[in-house]
Structure formats: structure tokens, C-alpha cells
Design a binder for this molecule. Structure first.
Ligand code: AMP
Length: 298
């Protein structure tokens, strides 16, 4: 297999993309922080299909960016120990049909004198926005920059980070960015644990207990569908996670599936979202809760 072309500067990226554009090809972007797994690669495969629906695969190009974005980590968070594997990532992207890996460094992304920030409200409020207050401002800034640098027709994000997906949809609309944002279902291990680069932090014993996160969400959705009160169901999830060895639960919340407004009762299509700590590892997950008021389910 041909090695995957890698560019590290905006100038090199732009000249590649310009050649594709001159040939009439469309462009899809998959932003990542690297340490790639099968979930990321599913986004790449989906991007190939989305960039040019109905057209032959040769008429669309997929760029995957790999950038561990310092502006979305707080000083005490895992920026320094976040797993990095450039060669492994390039090989995986090539196998998934990616055309170009964009690997800027922090100075290329935020040159000296950089003075712009984005402050997100709306779907960024609560949940991960409380536990990690800087994160969504940092995500909004880097994704806006990536959209400006790559100028893709479409960008693909995972529902695994559901709040992030709704934040990206929100600022793309708010800032009139001409990019179609597509969400992809969460890719899971056979035992239900959502694939995540951070799963590498889990000890074998923690890894064994971690799928309880997803099982608790599935049980909760079944209870909501039977009409159990939301507060009881959320409390049951917390109790179950504590019993499974999660030392701390950052949140368990039922939210409107598109606005992410908190919901106290089922009705509109909703999302049940959770973040909890297993040892030193913070795991997040979420599932759809179909609507019950005659509308289509999510
Ligand atoms: P990350 O590198 O973890 O920041 O993730 C990059 C992109 O991959 C984001 O859009 C994530 O939502 C998505 N992603 C991460 N894990 C999964 C998964 N298990 N299934 C689907 N998408 C995922």
C-alpha cells in the first residue's frame, strides 16, 4: 500500500486541496486528536461516501487532521500523557482510504501573536461544559480554524462525543460556515464499551468493569420507555455505576437531542448522557432516547 501523504503546514495543505478542487473533486474532513481506533476509521470511510453521494469514489477526497489541541485541555488535564502514534495513525488512515493526513504543530495552528477566542454557550452549557469549562471554546476555535484551512464540503464527527457534535453544529450555523456537519453512530467493543483513545489508560481490571457504563444507559432507556420517572432512572444509573467501581460520576443527564436543553420528563427525542471516572480515566458515553409524543424517534 502507498504511504499516506502527510502535510504539516497550512500552505502545503492548501496547495493539495487546490489541485483537487481544480480537478472538480469534493473534499471531506475528519478532525481527530490521533491515537486512532476503529471508531475514527469508520468516520473516514463514511466521509468517503458523504463527500460525493452517488459519485464514483475517485471524485471525493478525505483529509484527516491529527492535532492534540492544547486550547481544549485545562492545565491539570491529560494533554501531556494523551497517547500519540503518528506512524501507526498514518498506516491506519491509509488502510481506511484516507487521501491526506494533516498534522500541524501547535505553532502552525496558533502562531505567536494569536489573539482570537470563541466563547460557546447554548449546547456547550452543563455536562462536559461544567467538568471541563475550557473544552468547548477550544473545540470551537480549532474546528473553525480547520474548516478555514481545509475548506471541506463536509466534516464528519462521532456521536460518541455527542455534546461536542451539537456544539459543532451550533457554531457552524451561528458563524455561517459553509460546511455540512455529519454525525456518525458510536463504534463499540463487543462488550459495549465505546471505543476511545483514553481506554488505553484503563488497567485490565478497570477495562473489565468499564462496559457497565453502556449497560447502565441501556437499562435506563428501557426504564424510561416503560414510563419510569426521569429522576428515579438517573439516580439508578448513578447507584449502578458506584456499585460497578466508578469512583465519581460527573453527570448523568437527560437532554433534548438537538438543543441539549435539560429535560425533566420524556417526550421529545432525547439523549441520555454520562461521564464517570474509572480510576484515573474519565469515560463518557450516551444513547438515544426515542421521542414519545408522536414525533419520529431519533
Ligand atoms: P478524538 O480523536 O477522540 O477527539 O475523536 C475524533 C473524532 O472521532 C470525534 O468526532 C469523535 O467523536 C470520533 N470518535 C471517537 N470515538 C468514537 C467512537 N467510538 N465511535 C465513533 N466516533 C468516535
Amino acid at each position: 500500500m502507498e504511504p499516506l501523504p502527510i502535510v504539516r503546514t497550512v500552505a502545503d495543505l492548501r496547495s493539495r486541496v487546490a489541485r483537487w478542487r481544480q480537478a472538480g473533486e469534493s473534499v471531506a474532513l475528519v478532525p481527530t486528536m490521533g491515537a486512532l481506533h476503529a471508531g475514527h476509521l469508520e468516520l473516514v470511510r463514511h466521509a468517503r461516501r458523504l463527500a460525493s453521494p452517488g459519485a464514483s469514489p475517485g471524485t471525493c477526497r478525505v483529509v484527516a487532521s491529527v492535532f492534540v489541541n492544547p486550547t481544549q485541555f485545562a492545565p491539570h488535564e491529560d494533554f501531556d500523557r494523551y497517547p500519540r502514534d503518528e506512524a501507526g495513525d498514518a498506516a491506519k488512515l491509509a488502510s481506511a482510504g484516507c487521501d491526506l493526513m494533516y498534522l500541524p504543530d501547535a505553532v502552525e495552528m496558533y502562531p505567536p501573536g494569536f489573539a482570537t477566542s470563541i466563547v460557546m454557550a447554548g449546547p456547550a452549557g452543563g455536562m462536559c461544559g461544567v467538568a471541563r469549562p475550557l473544552m468547548f471554546n477550544g473545540v470551537a476555535l480549532v474546528v473553525t480554524k480547520l474548516f478555514g484551512q481545509v475548506q471541506p464540503d463536509v466534516a464528519v464527527f462521532g456521536e460518541k462525543d455527542y455534546q461536542q457534535l451539537q456544539v459543532v453544529r451550533r457554531f457552524t450555523r451561528d458563524l455561517d460556515l459553509p460546511v455540512r456537519v455529519e454525525g456518525m453512530p458510536t463504534v463499540r467493543e463487543a462488550d459495549g464499551l465505546a471505543l476511545s483513545s483514553r481506554n488505553a489508560y484503563l488497567t485490565p481490571a478497570e477495562r473489565h468493569r468499564a462496559p457497565e457504563l453502556y449497560r447502565a444507559l441501556q437499562t435506563a432507556v428501557a426504564a424510561l420507555e416503560r414510563g419510569s420517572p426521569v429522576a428515579t432512572v438517573l439516580a439508578d444509573v448513578r447507584a449502578r455505576l458506584a456499585a460497578a467501581g466508578f469512583e465519581r460520576v460527573d453527570y448523568v443527564e437527560l437532554r433534548d437531542a438537538s438543543t441539549l436543553e435539560p429535560l425533566e420528563r420524556t417526550g421529545p427525542p432525547a439523549r441520555l448522557l454520562v461521564a464517570a471516572w474509572m480510576g484515573r480515566t474519565r469515560l463518557i458515553d450516551n444513547v438515544a432516547v426515542p421521542g414519545f409524543d408522536g414525533r419520529d424517534s431519533v
